[in-house]
Design a protein around this ligand. Sequence first.
Ligand code: GSH
Length: 177
Amino acid sequence: MAQYKLYGRPGSGSLAVQMALEEIRVPYERIWVADGAADVATFRTISPTGKVPALALPDGTVMFESAAMLVHLSLEHPQAELAPQPGTSQHARFLQWMVFLSANVYESALRVYYPVRYSSRGENDGEPIREQGTRDFLAHLTLISQALNPYVLGSQYPLPTSISTCSRRGSRAANRI
Ligand SMILES: N[C@@H](CCC(=O)N[C@@H](CS)C(=O)NCC(=O)O)C(=O)O
């Protein structure tokens, strides 16, 4: 039977999508993508960004961008109640947090992981980029913490919490400041 295929790595943002698939209780195959250059080149033939997660839908369509996967899964499986009803103000808030987490929190964590990618001077600028990424990451978490009651959308909607998992290493780095 055709099923979802989730491409990921241990400790990466693929965990957020895996959590959603587990909540929905659909069968899926988890495929670990090795991070060697040849492995990533092969993976790019499946998903052009070469980044994890990637999600192959049961009809073979391959998606990248974790927030898009989570929004899609919540809409495709409404019975799992992963997100508020589309068209409501609560759903608008849900979309707001999904985009914020992806575009800001996840982005600043990536500057902490891969600082040399953000400057043409490479390693020379690594430390200031990592420091600024950490500051931004903490500022984004502060903004989120002000919206907690006790979660950003109430306790029954887990997706915004799950997408922040890729930031775990970033938050450890943040502890140094
Ligand atoms: N905006 C993307 C970010 C994906 C991303 O950067 N994933 C990281 C792991 S958490 C990755 O694959 N890094 C490997 C690399 O950039 O070479 C998403 O939300 O899916």
